[in-house]
Design a protein around this ligand. Sequence first.
Ligand SMILES: *Cc1c(COP(=O)(O)O)cnc(C)c1O
Length: 428
Amino acid sequence: METTTNKFLFENNLAFAQNLDKEDNLRSYREKFFLPQHNDTDIVYFTGNSLGLQPKTTQSYLQQELNDWAKFGVEGHFLAKNPWLSYHELLTDKMAKIVGALPKETVMMNQLTVNLHLLMVSFYRPTKQRYKILCEAKAFPSDQYALQSQLNFHGYSTTDALIEIEPREGEYHIRHEDIYEAIEKNKDSLALIMIGGVNYFSGQVFDMKAITQAGHKAGAIVGFDLAHAAGNIHLELHNWGVDFAAWCSYKYINSGPGSVAGAFVHENHLANTNLPQFAGWWGHQKETRFLMDKTFVPMQTAERWQLSNAPVLSMAACRASLDIFDEVGLPALIQKSKRLTAYLEFVVEEINKQKNNCLQIITPKENRGCQLSIVANGYGKALYNDLIANGVIPDWREPNVIRCAPVPLYNSFEDIYRFGAILSNLLK
Ligand SMILES: *Cc1c(COP(=O)(O)O)cnc(C)c1O
């Protein structure tokens, strides 16, 4: 049986899936990752949107720094093969490319929620007139807590000052027109728009360029949480004029649990000395940092927001992955990602026909990255547990959503076929 889904011709059988893999010129990259095992076969790993898999090269990147630490002690800051004093700079160019930023607008530091707070210290500056924050309803919990606590910190309550845009009744994603309408309606009191570039729950991708334009027109600052966007979709933070952004590196960017996060500040703000910020010694101009003077002289790059000396071990893991990204190039990954995701959509729809339409994909057809969020009507968390028991790792979100992210670096078309076959068996 053949159907067209998003321009692709697909069939739901093993030979067809294997043939798609054969035609895939990125297929060899799967070999560069450790795939968790179940009964001596590769698990169908669909949670690269939660924790990316480990590149096989990561150990050697880490070992290099462990060796240099053993050999040089503190002198490793200067004598290590990759001197630790400037280690974070080794990540900047490759990371900047992934998010469409200038290198000077990009820095790897801290962790995601920390970076959101540090950036809001500078970019959420409420006044009597302008104090509201606009975000998407049901944002990732950490983002909600960050926004709430920023509001409270400045003496505002969420009821007065937080505008949450929800999907309409009976719908799963947010309509952009509703975002623009809320911006227009609050244009005199809006201080900040802070949205997840890709919603973690529904997989919806927001039009960051248009939202930035609408926000700026209303006189607001616009920032994005790119946890589910970085390394997944095409980004042009610089060209879109986004004011600031932050993201983690352990989801699509495969840098290991809790690894170092990214931050972006648009070039327009870098030299603005009136911008308040929390400061630490690593944000001080590097030429004079070690004079240990008591006056903070900020760098004129995004590094200005750095507080502490860099976590070299987690950065080493991040470098291993960035080198792979740089070799493949995001455009090629996105091309494969579209095909993989379309195939997953096709397989789910084929199964659905045989299972009384109990499955519903709530991710938009157009505005999406590689994640599909699937509601299994009539099934609870037991279905997810059964998938795990059968060698699939998807992700479960209450109350009834299974998130599947076929990641182009290491997932195959065969993974998708196998997932479909297992899922089909588990459905009545
Ligand atoms: C994964 C994720 C986080 C996690 O925050 P950490 O500070 O890295 O623990 C925050 N926000 C969003 C939108 C996420 O997807």
